[in-house]
Design a binder for this molecule. Sequence first.
Ligand code: GDP
Length: 295
Amino acid sequence: MFESLSERLETAFKQIKGQGQITELNVASTVKEIRRALVDADVNYKIAKEFTDKVKEKALGEKVLNAISPGQLMVKVVQDELAELMGGTEEGLDLKTSPTVILIAGLQGSGKTTFSGKLARFLKQNRHKSPLLVAADVYRPAAIDQLKVLGEQIGIPVYHEPDQKDPVLIARNALKEAKTKGHNVIIIDTAGRLAVDEAMMTEVADIKAAVAPQEVLFVVDAMTGQDAVNTAKAFNERLDFTGVVLTKLDGDTRGGAALSIKYTVEKPIKFISMGEKLDTLDVFYPERMAQRILG
Ligand code: GDP
C-alpha cells in the first residue's frame, strides 16, 4: 500500500529539497504535485485541496522560510499533516466494562468474520482477555462454520444457535452466556449484504440497541477506495460507530480510504488488517503510517 503515493511525494520533494531557499513559487509547484499525488491515490479532490492549502500555509510560514534546510522542514510539515488527516494519535479500544461488548458491522466480503477472529486472538494474547465470539449471521450457515473454524484455531469459544433466526435474540443470549461463563469481552459478528440496504442497517441497529455495545467497529475493504468512504458514511449515519477497521491493506490499494475516512466520518481508524492469516492485524498508528508514506 502507498508505494505509488510514496514515490510521487518523493519526486515532488526532490526539487525543493535541493534548494537552499523556499519561495512562494517553488512551494506552489510542490504543493500542486502533492495534490495530484493524493488525488491519484484516490483521495477526494476537496480533501486533497484542503490538505495542500494547509501545507502551503505552513510551508510559507516564518519558521520554514528561515530554516537551514527548508526542504526537509517542508517534508516534516507534510508528514505531520498526513498523520493529522489519518487521525492524529492512535485510539485504543474501550475495554473498561466487563463484559465489553464489541459489535462488528460492514458489507459482506469486507472481512468481518476474519477480523472478528483476529480481534479475539489479539485481545486474548495482547490484552489477556477471555473473549467469546458470537455468530449472529443467521442467513449464511457458512459464515457460522467459518467463525467456528477460526475459534478452534485460536482456542476461543464461539456462541451460536443453529435454529435461531433472530440475531437480536442470539446477541442477547450470548451476552447472558458471557456473564455466566466469565468472558470479559464478547465480539458479535453480524450479517452483511453486498451493498448498503435498509434491512441490514435495521438489523444491526436493533442488535446495537439490544446489547448496548461499548465498541461498534465498522469493517471496510480498503481496496474499494472512495466507495469505502461512502459506505463508511452510510453506516455511520445509522450506527454511529466508534471506529473503523481497514482490511486488505496487503493488497494493491492506493491508500485513499486510509487517508480520507477519518476526515469524512470523524471516527478513528482503530485497526488495519493485512492478510488472511490470523496474526496479520495491527493497531493503527497514524503517525507511524505517515512516517511510512514519507519514508
Ligand atoms: P465477511 O463476509 O465480511 O465476514 O468477510 P470474510 O471475513 O469472510 O472475508 C472475505 C474474504 O476476504 C475471505 O476470503 C478472507 O480470507 C479475505 N480477507 C479478509 N481480510 C483480509 C485481509 O486483510 N487481506 C486479504 N488479502 N484478504 C482478507
